[in-house]
Design a protein around this ligand. Structure first.
Ligand code: ADP
Length: 213
């Protein structure tokens, strides 16, 4: 799932996981859990989280690799990663190694004003340390700068599904599940063409490649 903060990744990630009976792996939850338990990893990332900065790629990637390796059965929802081009590239390599490349990249589109409204409302309820107005605006800016451009790559791979997530969570959830159920039938019949392998050297503008001529 790729979406700006406040778009509902967490909520919809759980809806998808429950519907398909698969685990929901959310990097933000895993990191906050480390902070809450006071682990060494938690202590090393706490300042990043509080400021709305990204934690170092290798921290997230090691965590996600371990989570993927521990999976049993078929299927998973990844929420919160990749967040940068580098993470997208590295995650794809990891997934290739584990034979676990994604069938779908789900993008939740929400207008900025609605995002800020939701995050400020959430701040009152959860008291999450990064849900203050300044940090929210920073996380949003960071999303557009480093995360949003990844969508182009998933589009080129033919696995991007973009959903209007401005509506209430129930309506968005139904829309997502409908789209995924339709896609599941295509993926189940997949003869290898629906999920195109990607040549990492040929990802074009999404990875900042310059034309060779
Ligand atoms: P949101 O989408 O609302 O920002 P998350 O729970 O996904 O919330 O992430 C919270 C914080 O966890 C981020 O601001 C960042 O500090 C850290 N984080 C989560 N996933 C990643 C990632 N893939 N790479 C770097 N930092 C991450």
């Amino acid at each position: 799932m790729i979406a700006p903060p406040g778009a509902g990744k967490g909520t919809q990630g759980v809806v998808i996981a429950e519907h398909f009976g698969i685990p929901h792996i959310a990097t933000g939850d895993l990191l906050r859990d480390h902070v809450a338990r006071g682990t060494e990893l938690g202590r090393s990332v706490q300042t990043c989280l509080d400021r709305g900065e990204l934690v170092p790629d290798e921290v997230v990637l090691d965590m996600v690799r371990a989570a993927l390796e521990a999976l049993q059965g078929d299927g998973w929802v990844l929420d919160g990663v990749p967040r940068t081009m580098e993470q997208a590239r590295a995650l794809y390599q990891i997934a290739l190694e584990l034979d676990m490349t994604a069938d779908v990249a789900l993008h939740l589109q929400v207008d900025d004003a609605e995002l800020v409204r939701r995050l400020l409302a959430r701040a009152v309820q959860t008291g999450r340390s990064d849900d203050t107005e300044d940090v929210i605006r920073h996380r949003l800016a960071l999303y557009y700068e480093v995360t949003h451009p990844i969508l182009q790559w998933y589009d080129e791979r033919g696995i991007l599904v973009s959903v209007d997530a401005n509506r209430d969570a129930g309506a968005v959830g139904r829309h997502i599940l409908t789209a995924l159920e339709v896609l599941r039938q295509i993926v189940d019949r997949d003869d290898g063409t629906a999920r195109k392998a990607v040549d990492l050297t040929g990802l074009g503008a999404a990875f900042g490649a310059r034309p060779s001529h």
